[in-house]
Design a protein around this ligand. Structure first.
Ligand SMILES: [Zn+2]
Length: 155
């Protein structure tokens, strides 16, 4: 799968992810996409984004006892970091966007990746898009990002 046709994706190997404790294989095409937000500092370049991503993975695996970082993709302003092969949760993608009021560039990156996922058969054309709050007792992904989700839908 070459997502770099339409979006710039930094793979796990490129950002130096540690190996997951275990993994599952995504059943394709995925039926739903769940959007989270991640409270991070603004990162001015890819090196700063990667440093924060490593911090998130460490926090998830050490503090929360997850088997891996909890997202399939993480969108910074102009980058998508992640890899589709690692999947936590059945039959869905988990995205995180690095701000509760995301930049148009971050939203555009997520939208392009979703379109790419559909066009390559990894996402069902009729997939459902959720904010985390739709599925659990949480404010995530924040009011700003939750309101912006409608801009991620496409025909
Ligand atoms: Zn969340």
């Amino acid at each position: 799968m070459d997502l770099r046709v339409t979006v710039e994706v930094v793979t796990r190997e490129q950002w130096g992810a540690v190996a997951p404790r275990c993994w599952d294989t995504l059943t394709c095409p995925a039926q739903r996409v769940v959007i989270h937000h991640t409270a991070l500092l603004h990162c001015g370049g890819i090196r700063e984004c990667i440093d924060q991503l490593i911090h998130i993975q460490t926090m998830h695996m050490q503090d929360r006892n997850f088997d891996d970082i909890g997202y399939n993709f993480l969108a910074f302003a102009a980058f998508l970091l992640g890899e589709i092969a690692q999947c936590i949760g059945a039959n869905g993608f988990r995205f995180s966007v690095s701000d509760q009021s995301p930049s148009p560039a971050a939203l555009s990156s997520v939208k392009q990746l979703l379109q790419c996922g559909v066009s390559q058969g990894h996402l069902h054309p009729g997939f459902t898009l959720h904010g985390h709050r739709d599925l659990g007792d949480t404010e995530c992904p924040g009011d700003g990002l939750y309101a912006a989700l409608k801009h991620l839908k496409f025909p």
